[in-house]
Design a protein around this ligand. Sequence first.
Ligand code: HEM
Length: 270
Amino acid sequence: MAKIKLPAAPSNPLSSPKRPGKEYGPSGVLGHAEEAGASAVDWIDERTSLSGGLRWAMFRKVPKGTNWFYTLGSATMFAFLSQAVTGVFLAMYYDPSATRAYESIQYINNDVFLGEFVHGMHRWGSSVMVILIFLHMGRTFFFGAYKYPRELNWVIGVALLVMTMTMSFSGYLLPFDQRSYWATIVGVNINGTGPLVGPYLSEFLRAGPYFGATTLSRFYAIHMLMVPGAIAALMGFHLYLVAKLGTTAPPWIKAKAPEELREDKVTVDQ
Ligand code: HEM
């Protein structure tokens, strides 16, 4: 009877098997660091299988003609994330009380390390986010991306737009200086003139019939708890739909119909 040859025993049974594509294992500090990183990621992936979902989300096919205008959505998302990070640092020093709010902003600007820089990033970043969201909305509109099957993503986008404007409006009061105080009174009054819900909306924003100390707490809660959470959740759903449905090709790219699907011309003899 023919004997099956046993495979050769590994020279060092304690060494880990070589990674595919690497002939001679890790070499040098960088090689070992790379190996350690890959092993840590493998360890997590073996227990969670997250890489499948990540691959699904990241390695999507994009239509022919995809261009720089398609980066406006991601740019809006980046602006939101920047607002969230800078906002967390501002919240460490900001005091939302009517008597301390103005002073706490002065303290951030004049005394806190990099305070003026972070405050400036947050203030200018809000305008950047509003500009980007409008540009992104314009891109999806002019490319016809609101049509079937992406109507729901458009509707979610409208909700994101309203919430982004709410963030700008509620944030404007927080420095509690003369400009922000009077501008917000005007804004709340404008809301009050809306049909049916207007008066209830302005009462909700003021936290009562008059503009007072509790109005500032109300605006602060809307600005840093209520709306950002909702934006983050809706953004997740928005991106899920983008990954699931794919993006729309630019309107000037025409799909080539296969020969057999072309419409046949039927001529009828008289
Ligand atoms: C916080 C705000 C928003 C974020 C972070 C965001 C993010 C994104 C991203 C990353 C994409 C995919 C790439 C791209 O086309 O840019 C996308 C696609 C889309 N977004 Fe937004 N978006 C936001 C607001 C809006 C608004 C205001 C609308 C419209 C009212 C909208 C409607 C759409 C539509 C219809 C698509 C699909 C585009 C296509 O299929 O080509 N989004 N969004």
